[in-house]
Design a protein around this ligand. Structure first.
Ligand code: LCS
Length: 393
């Protein structure tokens, strides 16, 4: 069966990109090599000229990396994938392709902290201006658009506030302006949200999170929708150089085989944890796309096939109580990153989003009291018991 004939993400997660190999190994080998020998000078030249398919040098292409790229591409329903050394490398490479001096970018204000820093402080040095807006507010997005706006970069649900953007509506607006839409799909994975269905042009991921799922690799992925986009993206990644090595590619590809199962468990567990938190007398507020109290709950139900595993909340007694709680967890790890099988808890204002600065955090609604939990696949009752004891300690 061809990959494009398979519709279900469960089956694609297991099979896509695995392909066949010389010895019919069920799990393809790791091509742990930096370079590939040529049969002859003529063949080498033909490979460089693009007249023949084949591998030259692992920054330009490697079969193990390609297997992973095919897997994520099939899951997203795109044309091609480009594995990058980190999620930040995927975002940087994408924006380097789509923007140049004199262009303007509109970006979600609730994004992973370093994404905000990249667009705000690094791209500005290259003459690219950026407006950060609440992309759940379409009027605000419309107001931010300028004649030179080339890209709308959306993270949905946003890190860490879990604010949700209506992708179909934002694509319609951006395309009418001649701008492309890039979506960071890290929090959802293609199992729960497929941005290309809503008109998005480019999808980026931090593979470090749910896609790999085992907290042992840092990686990223770009997926483009159309064939025409691909050569420029490949050239840019090759020139910027932020590629993913073969061993890491193998590990992420292995992790993806259980992606659909893991996402189902993350969603179920997070729903239980969010309901527990919402009922808890010490908790002031909870943000989780699966709760009816989420301001964009209806969009979530239409656009996402599950609420995901991320929850943010605040305690009535404020930041100090949150700190005490985070220091008291026993099962949950006190660590940044997310999307692994193990539950993690962290404090965005002093950790992942500290570098954004207080003004950008305020604009994005990232309050000092906000606590973020990445709900793992342990027994939900055990996670709840841990949070409960940490709050009452
Ligand atoms: N996009 C999102 C939504 C992220 O959460 C992260 C990392 C990135 C991109 C960047 O990916 P990386 O380069 O780390 O692979 N988020 C992290 C977080 O919330 N805690 O630690 C890392």
């Amino acid at each position: 069966m061809k990959e494009h004939d398979i519709a279900s993400t469960d089956t694609l997660a297991v099979h896509a990109g695995v392909g066949s190999n010389e010895h019919l190994a069920v799990v393809p080998p790791i091509y742990q090599t930096s370079t590939f020998a040529f049969d002859s000078v003529e063949q080498g030249a033909a490979l460089f000229a693009g007249e023949r398919p084949g591998y030259i040098y692992s920054r330009m292409g490697n079969p193990t990396v390609e297997g992973l790229e095919k897997s994520v591409t099939a899951l997203e329903g795109g044309y091609a994938g480009l594995a990058c050394g980190s999620g930040m490398a995927a975002t940087h490479t994408t924006l380097a392709v789509l923007l140049q001096n004199g262009d303007h970018l509109v970006c979600s204000d609730a994004v992973y902290g370093p994404t905000c820093t990249l667009v705000d402080t690094v791209l500005s040095r290259f003459g690219i201006e950026c407006t950060m807006v609440d992309t759940s507010d379409l009027d605000a997005v419309k107001l931010a658009m300028r004649p030179n706006t080339k890209v709308v970069f959306v993270e949905t649900p946003g890190n860490p506030t879990l604010v949700i953007c209506d992708l179909e509506a934002v694509c319609r607006m951006a395309h009418a302006h001649g701008a492309q839409v890039v979506v960071d799909n890290t929090f959802m994975t293609p199992v729960l949200q497929q941005p290309f269905r809503w008109g998005v042009d480019v999808v980026v991921h931090s593979l470090t999170k749910f896609l790999n799922g085992h907290a042992d690799v840092v990686g990223g992925m770009i997926v483009v929708k159309e064939e025409s986009q691909y050569p420029t993206f490949r050239k840019m990644l090759n020139h910027l150089g932020g590629v993913l090595p073969p061993l890491e590619s193998f590990l992420v590809h292995r992790g993806i085989k259980t992606l659909a199962l893991r996402m189902q468990r993350h969603c179920e567990n997070a729903m239980k944890v969010a309901e527990f938190l919402e009922r808890h007398p010490a908790v002031e507020w909870v943000r989780f796309p699966g709760l009816k109290s989420h301001p964009q709950h209806e969009i979530a139900q239409r656009q996402m096939s599950g609420p995901g595993g991320m929850i943010s909340f605040g305690l009535k007694a404020g930041l100090e109580a949150g700190r005490k709680m985070m220091n008291a967890v026993k099962l949950c790890g006190l660590a940044v990153s997310l999307g692994g099988v193990e539950s993690l808890i962290q404090h965005p204002a002093s950790m992942t989003h500290a570098g954004m600065g207080p003004d950008a955090r305020k604009r994005a609604n990232i309050t000092d009291g906000l606590v973020r939990v990445s709900v793992g696949i342990e027994n939900a009752d055990d996670i709840i018991a841990d949070l409960d004891q940490a709050m009452s300690g």
